[in-house]
Design a binder for this molecule. Structure first.
Ligand code: 5AD
Ligand code: SF4
Length: 563
């Protein structure tokens, strides 16, 4: 039966990759009037199928076939969420997001802002002006969790003053605690987990209409393939994050991630490339690919390897720099080491968390590598790519860590000579097996070990930074430095300080000293420039802009060289 005007059709809604819309429409409509497809929201890939009466089963078969190759996901129809027909005129309302935790949460918060935009929400930095407040929580350590609850304590007061404000709790603590958050904090309107960001518009719209409380912490096997953050309002940054996979299958015994982010799942390369392309069109110059364990990207799904994905991203026109985090040492392949050498946009910096330098501790942590294997990988990496910057994560005072084992960790730090590191005192996490391990280390001892570790690294960082004094570094300008020199007057415009990062991810603040008019053109946010390093500080470098030499016509992928 052919679809005719005014016919009583069955309407169904789907999310598809927006690049496939034309192709899917062509296939469906090629079947002589079974259904008509219209695009509801191109940027989100939302389409409507008007199916002729009695033709649903046939359409289901066609979709089943297409699904073998393409992303086609049935979605609930929610007019406001997808900005569809008959939308009531919208009033601007304000959304305040408090993001706690890692880069993945930063990305998710952008996605939250993005999906709520069609409901008329604009981001605000002022929580008192907000109509909707969302705290995107982190559960990795007890301290991060406390931060979320203390913010929510403040929100209880806001809610008393302005009962109409909607309070939402998302992220890892929401996933972990679910409904318990409502029981503990009845002023909270919405609790949503890490897998349901795409459902936010529907949930917020329902709360606005019915003033009800909602909890959704369901975990889904797939991954949300929508172009996560590319439409995020108010974003004009040079550097952005792009999540390429979610979840983790490694089950390190101290870690809550597998329980709150679910099983490891990778996005399709095409959807990653398309999101990055959109970001570049908006002025982004550097992307950092995010995953808990990027080295195993695509393996489960039979997609390309991580090195293969880097190759595809490296080829995107307009991208200047590419980074990624985090790598698990056990899965660091030679392919990836060679990618650092061969891909011109891939910054020579790897974050390779080791957690401990003692084999017995690594075993109890279930890290699946030994100190020796880790050191061999570092050596090979430096053979292939001698100037690579290496950073790491450490946990001080893991249950049962002896003084000797801790000294082995200090020894590993001295052996590797990291560029910088992150270190944390061990913290018991719900669900994580180490919470039940015996021989817990006292708080005082954990703190003392953490301090010893940080003191050692500070000396090494200063040594590394000093070794760069006199070199010329390629810096991607991220904007004006937050700390401008004192007594700046308009006639000393050349003293304006700019800020950016080297390939090795070190912050560089710099000025220019001569040739003012021309330099003004050449130094700007998003530009790659050369900076002669003059001073090393403990957390940053200071330098002066220099004109690129004739011998180095192209700054992209340029190596640092001695001045
Ligand atoms: N306690 C302390 N640190 C932890 N990390 C993860 N879980 C814990 C925990 N329970 C640290 C690890 C990891 C980083 C993101 O956080 O070092 O690499
Ligand atoms: Fe946590 Fe280990 Fe997975 Fe990293 S690799 S997210 S530390 S379980």
């Amino acid at each position: 039966m052919a679809v005719k005007q005014n016919m009583e059709t069955v309407k169904k809604y789907f999310r598809v990759d927006r690049h496939d819309i034309g192709f899917i429409k062509f296939i469906i409509e090629a079947y002589e009037g079974l259904a008509v497809m219209t695009t509801v929201d191109r940027s989100r890939g939302v389409v409507e199928l008007n199916i002729a009466p009695g033709c649903e089963a046939e359409i289901d078969l066609i979709l089943k076939d297409l699904k073998k190759e393409l992303l086609i996901e049935a979605i609930d129809f929610y007019p406001m969420g997808h900005g569809v027909m008959e939308r009531e005129p919208m009033q601007t309302e304000y959304l305040y997001i408090n993001t706690i935790g890692c880069q993945m949460n930063v990305y998710d918060s952008e996605k939250i802002a993005n999906v709520l935009q069609p409901l008329g929400y604009e981001l605000t930095q002022n929580v008192d002006a907000a109509d909707l407040v969302i705290v995107n929580t982190c559960a990795i350590r007890a301290k991060a969790e406390q931060k979320a609850f203390s913010f929510l304590g403040r929100m209880a007061k806001l809610k008393k003053k302005r009962p109409n404000v909607i309070i939402g709790v998302g992220g890892c603590v929401a996933q972990q605690e679910g409904r318990k958050i409502l029981e503990r904090m009845p002023f909270v309107d919405l609790v949503f987990g890490t897998h349901v960001i795409h459902r936010l518009p529907e949930m917020v719209a329902r709360i606005k209409q019915k003033r009800c409380h909602l909890v959704d912490v369901k975990m889904y096997p797939g991954i949300d393939e929508t172009n996560g953050t590319s439409d995020a309002p108010g974003k004009a940054d040079v550097c952005r994050f792009v999540t390429i996979m979610q979840g983790c299958d490694n089950y390190c015994t101290y870690c809550v991630v597998p329980y709150v982010r679910g099983r490891e799942t990778s996005r399709r390369p095409e959807s990653i490339v398309s999101e990055i392309q959109t970001l570049i069109d908006q002025g982004v110059r550097e992307v950092t690919l995010l995953g808990q364990n990027v080295n195993s990207y695509g393996q489960k799904e039979g997609l390309c390897s991580f090195a293969g994905l880097l190759g595809k991203v490296n080829a995107i026109k307009g991208l200047e720099r590419l980074r990624f985090t985090t790598s698990h040492p056990k899965d660091l392949s030679e392919d990836l080491m060679f990618a650092f050498r061969d891909l011109d946009k891939l910054c020579r910096h790897i974050h390779l968390p080791v957690q401990s330098g003692a084999n017995a501790v690594l075993k109890r942590m279930n890290r699946k590598y030994t100190r020796e294997v880790y050191l061999e990988k570092i050596e090979r990496l430096r053979q292939i790519c001698p100037d690579i910057a290496i950073t790491s994560d450490f946990i001080a005072g893991f249950p049962g860590e002896t003084e000797t084992e801790f000294l082995e960790t200090l020894d590993l730090i001295k052996t590797v000579e990291y560029d910088s590191l992150f270190a944390f005192v061990y913290s018991d996490r719900p669900n994580a097996p180490a919470a039940h391990f015996g021989n817990k280390i006292s708080d005082a001892e954990k703190k003392a070990r953490l301090q010893a570790l940080l003191d050692l690294q500070e000396q090494l960082t200063i040594k590394k930074n000093r070794s760069l004094v006199g070199s010329i570094q390629t810096v991607l300008v991220e904007g004006l430095s937050r700390k401008q020199p004192d007594h700046m007057a308009p006639e000393t415009e050349s003293m304006i300080q700019w800020s950016g990062r080297t390939e090795g991810n070190k912050i560089v603040n710099f000025n220019w000293t001569d040739d003012r008019e021309k330099n003004v053109q050449e130094i700007d946010t998003g530009h790659l420039v050369h900076v002669a390093i003059k001073r090393a500080l403990s957390h940053s470098l200071y330098g002066e802009w220099v004109r690129p030499r004739a011998a180095t016509p192209d700054l992209k992928g340029d190596k640092s060289y001695a001045a």
